[in-house]
Design a protein around this ligand. Sequence first.
Ligand code: SF4
Ligand code: F3S
Ligand code: FES
Length: 249
Amino acid sequence: MSELIQKTSRELRLHILRYNPQDEKSTPHIQCFVLKEAPGMTLFIALSDIRENQDASLNFDFVCRAGICGSCAMLINGRPGLACRTLTKTLPDDITLAPLPVFKLVADLSVDTGSWMRGMSERLETWLQGSSVERDLDQMEERMEPELARDIYELERCIECGCCVAACGTAHMKADFVGAVGLNKLARFDLDPRDERGDAATYELIGDESGVFGCMTLLGCDDMCPKDLPLATQIAYLRRKMLRQGIME
Ligand code: SF4
Ligand code: F3S
Ligand code: FES
């Protein structure tokens, strides 16, 4: 009991990287905020508390507060994660927060993942391709085995949070690398019988160093994905398939 009281009444020190590139007077610095931990507190709640009671100028993003929108991703003690799904009780008294790298910084903990994701999506054409998409709206879709629908759904659970990109050494070095998020999307369409783009078209999109052959199997993506998507398996599958396609061409 006394251990529980001690745990729930901890004093947390949040060391937050502050910088607003829009403000000429702003310089990057760490600001420390102290607050009392509450039972069931998430990092999102802690940040909201700081914004409400200590510093209204603190920038961070959130929409759903339920691990669905992907907007609250940040570096938590150096590891990418979702603020709304991270309980402070899983962290030490001193917590360092920084914005996700790779993406354009908006201010403080807020980054523009949207433009990056949109660029990747447009480049990889991450939508169903082929005649099945152009069918009349009153025409029924071909039936699909439930197991296959489940496998496709599994890969569709990506919330585009950017954690896999921030955790990837290749994405840090190569601006045009589509990341595990992009490769996962192509694996999803590869699985879907309604998509008619074919292996040669997939090879065109990801059969180079900005795609599947840029991946150095560092596996940070697989370790850090908050939705536990099987990223390493999908990348390995695509690599084998694209290798075969490359040899055939
Ligand atoms: Fe986030 Fe996982 Fe999607 Fe990457 S694959 S953007 S880590 S949900
Ligand atoms: Fe990066 Fe994941 Fe490959 S971390 S290098 S995309 S295995
Ligand atoms: Fe939506 Fe955290 S606020 S995932």
